[in-house]
Design a binder for this molecule. Structure first.
Ligand SMILES: NC(=O)c1ccc[n+]([C@@H]2O[C@H](COP(=O)([O-])OP(=O)(O)OC[C@H]3O[C@@H](n4cnc5c(N)ncnc54)[C@H](OP(=O)(O)O)[C@@H]3O)[C@@H](O)[C@H]2O)c1
Length: 326
C-alpha cells in the first residue's frame, strides 16, 4: 500500500482509506461479522485511514471501528469522523443560521459523543458533515472547533462538501479555516478538477475522496435489472430512470477499458488517485473480499496517460443526485 502526505499536516495516509458508511447501516442487510472482517482485512493490507460519521447507524459504525482498533492494539490508524448539523434542512438552507445549526455547545456535546462511540480521548479529524456557502463570510463553527481543538479533544478540522455545491468549501480552504476537505470526485463527477483540487494543493489542505464508485455503479456490477434491499438508500439514489442512465454510462466506461486488464473498480480508484492533490480515496467496503480488491489497487501501476484521457471523456454533468428523486 502506497502512502501520500495528508496535505501540509506532516503525516502520511494510505492511498486507499476505509469508507465506513455501509458498516453502520442504510445499505441493506450488513452482518457485523462481515463489517469486522472488512476492517481487519483492510488494516492488514496497509490501510491507515478510516472515515466514519455520527450518522452511520447513529454511532454504530464508530463503535465497530473503535472495537476493532482496540482488539488490534492499533494506535497508528487515523480515524476521521463527522458531526452533522442539528436536525433541520439537509443540506442547510441559505437562510439557516450557522450558530444555530452548529452552535458551540452543540458541537461540544456531539464531539463528546463521538469520543465515547469511538472509545477515544481525542478525534484525529472532526469534519462538519455538510455546509452551505451562505456561511462562508462568517464561518463561526470553525472558531468554535478551534477552541475545542485547544482543549485537546480534536486534532484536525475539516468539512465534507454538500453534494449540490461542492465548490462552496473553496473559500474555506483559501481562508485557512479547514485542514481537510472530503469531496466527491470520480469518473462521472470531475468538476473538483476545475478548481477545488488545485486550491487544496496550493493551500496544503488534505483531500479525502468519497463515492469513488458512484455508490457502486462504477464497479460495473449493476444492470438495469439490479434491485436493492428495501432499506438500502440506493433505492432513492437510483430511483426512476437513474439506474438505467448510470448503467449505460458505466458500460461506456467498460468499453474504454477493453485491453487495459483493469477491472472497472480498479480503474475507478486509479482515476481518483491520478490527481496529485488527492491524499486518500475511501471506497466503502462491506466485506473482506471488497477490502482485498480495493486495497490491492494502490500497488497496481498508475493509469497510462492514454487511458486517463479516455476516462476523462466520461465526465457527466448530470447535476447532483441527492438521496432520492422527488
Ligand atoms: N456526505 C458525506 O460526507 C458522505 C457521503 C457519502 C459517503 N461518504 C463517505 O465516503 C465513503 C465512500 O462512499 P460510499 O460508501 O457512499 O460509496 P462508494 O465508495 O462509491 O461505493 C461503495 C459501495 O460499493 C460496493 N463495493 C465496494 N467495493 C467494491 C468492489 N471492489 N467491487 C464491487 N462492489 C464494491 C459496496 O456496496 P455493495 O456491495 O452493496 O454494492 C460499497 O458499499 C463512505 O463509506 C463514507 O465514509 C461521505
Amino acid at each position: 500500500m502506497k502512502t501520500r502526505p495528508f496535505g501540509k499536516h506532516g503525516f502520511q495516509v494510505s492511498e486507499i482509506g476505509f469508507g465506513a458508511w455501509a458498516i453502520g447501516g442504510s445499505w441493506g442487510p450488513q452482518s457485523e461479522e462481515d463489517s469486522v472482517a472488512a476492517l481487519h482485512k483492510a488494516l492488514d493490507l496497509g490501510v491507515n485511514f478510516i472515515d466514519t460519521a455520527a450518522g452511520y447507524g447513529n454511532g454504530k459504525s464508530e463503535r465497530i471501528i473503535g472495537q476493532v482498533l482496540r482488539d488490534r492494539n492499533s494506535t497508528e490508524v487515523f480515524v476521521a469522523t463527522k458531526t452533522p448539523p442539528t436536525p433541520g434542512n439537509w443540506p442547510p438552507s441559505p437562510y439557516d443560521i450557522a450558530e444555530e445549526r452548529y452552535s458551540e455547545s452543540y458541537l461540544r456535546e456531539n464531539i463528546d459523543q463521538r469520543l465515547e462511540c469511538l472509545g477515544a480521548e481525542k478525534l484525529d479529524l472532526l469534519q462538519l458533515h455538510t455546509w452551505t456557502r451562505a456561511w462562508n463570510r462568517n464561518p463561526t463553527p470553525f472558531e468554535s472547533l478551534r477552541k475545542i481543538q485547544q482543549d485537546g479533544k480534536v486534532g484536525l478540522i475539516g468539512v465534507s462538501t454538500p453534494e449540490h455545491d461542492q465548490n462552496s468549501v473553496i473559500d474555506l480552504m483559501r481562508g485557512g479555516f479547514i485542514d481537510s476537505v472530503q469531496v466527491i470526485y470520480n469518473i462521472f463527477e470531475q468538476e473538483p478538477a476545475a478548481e477545488l483540487l488545485d486550491v487544496a494543493g496550493e493551500t496544503g489542505t488534505g483531500v479525502i475522496v468519497r463515492v469513488v464508485f458512484d455508490e457502486g455503479v462504477l464497479t460495473g456490477k449493476f444492470t438495469n435489472e439490479t434491485r436493492f434491499a428495501a432499506d438500502d438508500f440506493r433505492n432513492g439514489y437510483f430511483a426512476g430512470d437513474r439506474l438505467e442512465r448510470a448503467v449505460k454510462r458505466a458500460e461506456a466506461v467498460r468499453a474504454d477499458l477493453e485491453g487495459s486488464e483493469l477491472s472497472m473498480a480498479e480503474a475507478a480508484l486509479k482515476f481518483a488517485l491520478a490527481h496529485p492533490a488527492v491524499s486518500t480515496v475511501i471506497p466503502g467496503m462491506r466485506n473482506a473480499q471488497q477490502a482485498s480488491l480495493n486495497c490491492g489497487v494502490s500497488d497496481l501501476p498508475d493509469l497510462d496517460l492514454n487511458l486517463l484521457s479516455k476516462l476523462r471523456t466520461h465526465n457527466w454533468r448530470r447535476a447532483f443526485w441527492y438521496g432520492g428523486k422527488g
